[in-house]
Ligand binder design. Structure first.
Ligand code: SF4
Length: 281
């Protein structure tokens, strides 16, 4: 439901803290779905996960790490061979180039080890703030909060932020949490985004923090409007689509976006459904 408008205002800080506490309670064991054995493998896995599922990455990395078990080995790898191994992850040429170049930089500048330092990580080829944050938080247990597409969307829908960039979102969400919670909060929001607050259709009826969420009434209204129009008559195909929660909500949101006048106060913000930064973790 890409056209669900994000709330124009943040919820009060006290409410934001209660929302995050609710997510912590709902996802107490949340960890990364990427499989890795050390910081090097995590860094490569995160690089491969851009625009790709973690499950696909987990199917790909065993062969890659069996052939190239560390930065020194990957630094000398022929590009075409790396491309062949990681092909199913998408954007495989760019990813192969980046992970081999990053391995070369690790071998040349860091003795083959992954540095636990943000500036050093972000100086590696293909490594931006999000990837560095995941590595710092997951591999080194530093206070870091990575913002991917799920985190960006869920944080906005919950009114935790109105930020335009992933960095804005990071600042707004971390301001609501003690530093020791930052690295866990990333996983709460990702899991919630994958399992419940999905794009485009959030499953608000299953949401543990729906009572505090400013977007829940909006989703309910969109669903009600869809049902009303179905009752008023439409083509059999359209009615069949509207009969499912997904079809109903989608149809309702499209109509709401097309409607003129002041009934759409947040329409421009609705386009802000993805971070402008790099891909997902
Ligand atoms: S109530 Fe709905 S929109 Fe709000 S966080 Fe939960 S699933 Fe997402």
């Amino acid at each position: 439901m890409a056209s669900i408008p994000f709330p124009a205002k943040r919820v009060p800080a006290a409410v934001g803290k209660r929302i995050l506490a609710g997510l912590e309670q709902a996802y107490p064991q949340a960890v990364t779905a990427l499989e890795y054995r050390n910081a090097f493998e995590l860094l490569v896995a995160v690089a491969l996960s851009a625009q790709c599922t973690d499950a696909r990455v987990n199917l790909t990395t065993p062969a890659l790490f069996a052939r190239y078990p560390d930065a020194a080995a990957l630094a000398k790898a022929p590009l075409d061979e790396v491309e062949r191994i990681i092909k199913s992850c998408g954007f495989f040429r760019a990813k192969a180039r980046n992970i081999v170049a990053a391995a070369q930089a690790l071998a040349e500048r860091h003795g083959g080890e992954v540095p636990d330092d943000r500036a050093a990580l972000e100086s590696l080829p293909g490594v931006g703030r999000k990837t560095a944050s995941v590595v710092l938080a997951v591999a080194f247990e530093h206070a870091a909060f990575a913002v991917d597409t799920h985190v960006f969307r869920v944080a906005h829908r919950l009114g935790l932020t109105t930020g335009k960039t992933p960095l804005d979102v990071e600042h707004d969400v971390t301001a609501l949490l003690p530093r020791e919670e930052w690295r866990h909060a990333h996983h709460w929001l990702i899991l919630h985004g994958r399992q419940v607050c999905k794009a485009p259709i959030p499953l608000c009826e299953r949401c543990p923090v729906a009572a505090l969420c400013p977007t829940a009434p909006v989703v309910a209204r969109l669903r009600t409007r869809g049902a009303t129009r179905t009752a008023a008559g439409r083509s059999p195909g359209a009615e069949a689509a509207a009969a499912s929660p997904r079809g109903s909500a989608l149809a309702a949101s499209k109509k709401a976006s097309a409607a003129p006048g002041p009934a759409r106060p947040g329409r421009k913000k609705a386009a802000r459904t993805k971070p402008s930064g790099r891909g997902r973790s």
